[in-house]
Design a protein around this ligand. Sequence first.
Ligand SMILES: [Zn+2]
Length: 257
Amino acid sequence: MYIDTHAHLFLDHFKMDIEDVLDSCMDYQVNRIYLPNIDRSSVEALHEISDRFPNQCFPQMGLHPCSVKADYKEQLAFLYKQFKDRNYTAVGEIGIDLYWDKTYVNEQVKAFKTQVEWARDMRLPLVIHSRDSLDMTIDLITELQKGDLTGIFHCFNGTVDQAKKIEDTGFMMGMGGVITFKNSGMAEVVSKINLDLLVLETDAPYLTPTPYRGKRNVSSYIPIIAEKLAAIKECSIEKVAEITTINANKIYNYTPV
Ligand SMILES: [Zn+2]
């Protein structure tokens, strides 16, 4: 079986056919799908799908860095309240994004630090977005780590050196569609990272793997990513499925029955 450690199946892209999407996940043995929140506007849909499919979809709560604007404090206050009524599997998706817009970088750092403390207090893992900010987010986690933080650097696309630094923080790295892109240059880096540090993710509906690039991404494409990872690591796809599932269960604190 497989785990999709990161997908946004609560977005409008899936509104029409979420049941079919999740049925197809079962066909491909993608049995558990973790859903990181985006911001206040996505909470209702996140809860709705998690309640409808409680054995397949597991919600996470946090403020995505691309949604950190002037009103971020109100956003954080609203999202923090959600933890009172519900169990979440992680604080996410949080982080720093310097690709789209650098206007609110200081606010992004403040929101990130606040949410890291939520995770520490609630003993939850972190799901970290680090687009064009990997050194910065690694430095922040290194600075904030007191031995009690765990989590995933989602969509890892860094260097061997950065992977080593992440390993030193005790975090894992998410492998998604990017490793299937011909020009990503990730194969060489990933070949040097221990499988014990890797989990699978789609980031659906984004970052669709080859050969479906340009179309909507879905969690049932996880085996495509696993196959590519197996080729890079020169091992069987079964081994990739087994180890990445163990890793994901460990990070998300889930004991299979
Ligand atoms: Zn995401």
